[in-house]
Ligand binder design. Structure first.
Ligand code: CU
Length: 506
């Protein structure tokens, strides 16, 4: 039951701005500052990065004054980390942010107490198979002047990951301010497919923001000044790589688009104008078994899609990238390609992806709950009716597989993300939620639906729909230690729709 809260600042009407006048920014590839000794192996060295978090001013549109943002490096999205699978990297995340926050902190939220420093950051590599001490636990934040040193072994398959702030109680504000960037894991198998690369591979971050008439970011607040948290934020402007309605010049050939929904709470359905066929080759955690043809790609917050698009049918024309009725950006397709095009591979993996329920040694049923006040406004959401600080209840054993049944008892879709692991979506099945709350028994009201073909690969974030049990098959691989799982609608995550879990040594 989200209420709509209007901010006091006069809002921009984006339709008054000229569309497609700014070129699409492509974030710079991060450059290592050197090769450092491997933290766990003598005699090996790793690329070492130093990435600074700072306040900058960035123009989101030609005709708007620069907006104040907090970013990694000096761009939004921040510099792209290119990581070689199995080789990894070390990163020093350096907090050089100002002493005061410029967005409205709700000090009544868990982990955002008035007694704590206002400006805090902790960086998490989303989708990374990362040791717990480098994973960016939400309470292990640093303050301006401090550095968080992380080791990313990246023993995992090629995939589009992203890094972002994960600070307890304020991560929705830090990310809204701009604290996110791409991280791309590459491996030899992907290289063998000869997919479009270099200028023919384009990372695209979609992130909506509420812009004021002055071009500044506005974060909406609830009417109660002491409790400004709002359950959802929907911007009036959808930024693509930080620009409002940018254009990008392409050649009439095959391109690889790496799509990432980096919004706080908005869901997209991405398509090209005229609905030409899109060839989806991967999602959150890497390649599908074979390309899936579709005309529209749904993306919940934190979901990614790896897509091949053939612009040769649009030679000499402009074509818009859209989400339902929203324009996102424009591709200007040249008349001639400068290099021969690539082919779309017929298969992407040598072996089928495993999906055997019998490999699971246990099943956990976990609820998604919404708490309402007496006039039915949302107070917050919880996982399994359990607040953040309650003792850890989910303790899977390293190198075992479990089924997690996510029972969504709320009226919204929630994208659920587990740190450390990758998983397969088994199915979604509607249930009588009222009956479930009365008796604890699941009475199904329809058949189990298999995942959509686009969801058929390895995932790290799954959309759970209202009144539905979503089942995922999760091999707990990589490392023992304490991690988190949470809703990736950032307003929910910040209001305790997040729980720790612990992988026990096998
Ligand atoms: Cu949620």
């Amino acid at each position: 039951m989200p209420m709509h809260h209007m901010p006091a600042t006069p809002q921009l009407d984006p339709s008054t701005l000229a569309p497609f006048v700014d070129s699409l920014p492509i974030p710079p590839v991060a450059k290592p500052i050197g090769m450092h000794p491997h933290p766990e192996q003598h005699g090996r060295t790793l690329p070492h990065y130093r990435i600074v978090q700072r306040e900058v001013r960035i123009k989101v549109h030609r005709d708007l004054p620069p907006a104040r943002m907090w970013v990694y490096g000096d761009s939004f999205p921040g510099p792209t980390l290119e990581i070689e699978s199995g080789h990894g990297a070390t990163v020093d995340w350096v907090n050089q942010l100002p002493a005061r926050h410029f967005l409205p902190i709700d000090h009544t939220l868990m982990g955002a107490d008035k007694s704590l420093p206002e400006v805090r950051s902790v960086t998490h590599l989303h989708g990374g198979r990362t040791p717990a001490k480098s994973d960016g636990y939400p309470e292990e934040w640093i303050t301006p002047g401090q550095t968080q040193s992380c080791f990313y072994p990246s023993n995992q398959e090629s995939a589009l990951l992203f890094y972002h702030d994960h600070t307890m109680g304020i991560n929705r504000l830090n990310i809204y301010a701009g604290m996110t960037g791409f991280a791309i894991v590459r491996d030899a198998h992907e290289a063998s497919l000869a997919l479009p690369g270099g200028p023919y591979e384009i990372p695209l971050l979609f992130a909506d923001r509420l812009l004021g008439k002055d071009g500044q970011l506005v974060y909406p607040v609830a009417p109660d000044g002491d409790n400004p948290w709002v359950p959802e934020v929907f911007g009036n402007s959808i930024l693509v790589n930080g620009k409002l309605l940018p254009y990008h010049e392409v050649e009439p050939r095959l391109y690889r688009l790496r799509l990432f929904n980096g919004s706080n709470g908005r869901f997209y359905r991405i398509a090209l104008e005229g609905k030409p066929t899109l060839h989806v080759i991967g999602n959150d955690q890497g390649l599908l078994a074979a390309p899936v043809e579709t005309k529209r790609i749904p993306l919940a917050p934190a979901e990614r899609a790896d897509v091949l698009v053939d612009f040769s049918d649009f030679a000499g024309k402009n074509v818009k990238l859209v989400s339902d009725s929203f324009d996102l950006m424009q591709f200007r397709v040249g008349a001639k390609a400068s290099t021969p095009s690539h082919a779309i591979p017929k298969t992407l993996r040598d072996r089928p992806l495993p999906l055997d329920e019998k490999t699971a040694i246990r099943t956990r049923r976990l609820t998604l709950d919404e708490t309402l006040d007496d006039i039915q406004n949302s107070m917050g959401m919880l996982l399994n009716k359990t607040p953040w600080h309650a003792p850890i209840t989910e303790k899977p054993v390293l190198n075992t597989t479990e089924i997690w049944e996510l029972v969504n008892l709320t009226e919204d879709s929630h994208p659920i993300h587990l740190h450390l692991v990758r998983f397969r979506v088994l199915d979604r099945r509607p249930l009588d939620t009222y009956g479930f709350q009365m008796t604890g028994e699941a009475r199904f009201t329809g058949p189990a639906m298999p995942p959509e073909p686009l969801e058929s690969g390895w995932k790290d974030t799954v959309r759970t729909d209202p009144g539905t049990i979503t089942r995922i098959l999760v091999p707990f691989e990589g490392y023992a230690g304490r991690y988190v799982w949470h809703c990736h609608i950032l307003e929910h995550e910040d209001n305790e729709m997040m729980r720790p879990y612990e992988v026990l040594p096998g």
